[in-house]
Write a protein that binds this ligand. Structure first.
Ligand code: ATP
Ligand code: MG
Length: 452
């Protein structure tokens, strides 16, 4: 851990209540209870991290974290509804119904190695080590990532303690890392992804010096546990700022680190392929804005679709059936993805199915088409088909046909699929798309589309 003394102040600038806009009316009741009880017991108690930043920006914080000089056991003694988690560095979770307030004792400037799994056990036995696990606020602040995330709101007098110039950076909408950027990114490469995420979510500019370093350090993400990358993937793409998050990742050379096959397929971008991805991301953001659920499996599938379709096309050229080729390509690419991002099976399995099922849209007659229409996975596969069609990557007429099929009554559907005779001649099978097309990834010219 580098101690970034030159860049920061050893003592905070204290901004009194009269000079900032953070009002208790915007702090959760539960967080206030925790802060006041700690203060009344004689401890220091601060709101810290993202909540202070968001309140300064007049945004609604996602959660409220508290930092204190009370030791975890002391915190627990104050709250009935409290659980300690973590081993070496213990955190207190104080629960109020569904809301959990995380209370962390100020951390000291122990080395990162001391934090590693191996040392945790031995640390439990020794009081001595404990002494540099915890520290004062003036140590705690330097472990944080960005200046905007390093502000402390003091419940004792409602002032803000700013050691790093964070308030000015928030006001300038500037994302600046604390200390020496390269060392801080090497310490924890996930901070590069966090930079992209905060820039997207807060509409901040990444400090130029820091931005210049990121492409050259992006490879360090190779060494990050895959489970952590899945967590970050979710925060990046399910928080309502997926499109801008994606653009930040692309701009800073981070996207290829997470999705190398997709980056390869995209090339320099700016074309129909990129529009396909961007449309999916915009769609996800719109869902989040409407409070509708989003699943990681859909976007992961969208990211993999291009490379999967290309690989499937190559396999089919080697003589494999379209169906087998797509299944094999989907399996291979999701395995390759799993080497980087630990996607839980409950997402990766349906994702693969959604990709494989794209070939089923070509079959517009017969019982199998009906089974497909009625299957659990149809909806996601169909949503992907729509995106493909909009990007010129699938037959628009075919997508329209499937759209219309869903609006028909069960009897009409059976007739349309050729399972019953059209009888009275009211059948609409004229509008059936004419011929099968293999899955293909390159946006097709529209001219040859068999529009009915
Ligand atoms: P969000 O709004 O996404 O919750 P946040 O700033 O609260 O943003 P968290 O991931 O909840 O982010 O982390 C809380 C705080 O812990 C951060 O504000 C930052 O001070 C510190 N922190 C979190 N992750 C890191 C990291 N990888 N390196 C250094 N400090 C970190
Ligand atoms: Mg947070």
């Amino acid at each position: 851990m580098t101690v970034p003394t030159q860049s920061g102040r050893p003592t905070p600038q204290i901004i009194p209540r009269s000079e900032h806009n953070i009002s208790r009316a915007h702090i959760s009741k539960s967080a206030l209870k925790v802060l006041y009880r700690l203060k009344d017991a004689g401890y220091q108690a601060f709101l810290v991290g993202g909540s202070v930043r968001d309140l300064l920006l007049e945004r609604e914080p996602k959660d409220f974290d508290v930092a204190t000089n009370a030791l975890p056991e002391e915190v627990r003694a104050l709250f009935g509804n409290c659980r300690l988690i973590g081993r070496r560095f213990r955190l207190a979770h104080v629960r109020f119904g569904r809301e959990v307030i995380e209370v962390a004792t100020f951390r000291g400037l122990g080395t990162e190695e001391e934090d590693s799994e191996g040392r945790e056990v031995s640390a439990e036995t020794g009081r001595l080590l404990r002494d540099n696990v915890y520290g004062g606020i003036e140590e705690d602040v330097w472990r944080r990532d960005f200046t905007a995330n390093s502000l402390y709101y003091n419940i004792a007098d409602f002032s803000i303690w700013d050691f790093t110039g964070g308030v000015a950076d928030v006001q300038a909408r500037r994302l600046r890392i604390i200390g020496e950027p390269e060392a801080r990114f090497r310490e924890d490469p996930v901070r590069m992804l966090r930079a992209a995420r905060f820039a997207a979510k807060l509409d901040f500019e990444i400090d130029a010096g820091m931005a210049a370093l990121i492409p050259g350090l992006a490879h360090l993400l190779d060494g990050v546990p895959t489970a952590r990358l899945f967590d970050e993937f979710q925060k990046l793409f399910q928080g309502g700022h997926a499109l801008e998050g994606y653009r930040q990742l692309r701009r800073h050379g981070l996207f290829r680190q997470l999705f190398p096959a997709t980056a390869e397929w995209l090339g320099p971008g700016g074309d129909a392929r990129e529009h396909f991805l961007e449309a999916a991301l915009a769609n996800t953001d719109a869902r989040v804005a409407d409070g509708r659920p989003v699943t990681p499996m859909f976007l992961l599938g969208v990211f993999l679709w291009g490379p999967v379709a290309d690989r499937a096309a190559a396999l089919a050229e080697g003589g494999m059936s379209d169906f087998q080729a797509l299944a094999l390509a989907a399996a291979e690419l999701s395995r390759e993805l799993a080497e980087r991002i630990a996607v839980p099976k409950r997402f990766s399995i349906p994702m693969r199915e959604m990709l494989q099922l794209q070939v089923r849209f070509d079959k517009t007659r017969g019982a199998r088409a009906l089974v497909f229409l009625q299957s659990e996975r149809f909806r996601a596969a169909y949503d992907l088909l729509l995106l493909r069609a909009a990007a010129g990557n699938a037959d628009k007429g075919l997508a329209e046909w499937w759209t219309r099929l869903q609006s028909l009554s069960p009897g009409e559907q059976r007739r349309e699929l050729g399972l019953e005779r059209a009888g009275e001649g009211k059948g609409s099978s004229r509008r059936r798309p004419g011929r099968r097309r293999p899955a293909r990834s390159a946006p097709a010219a529209q001219g040859d589309q068999p529009l009915a």
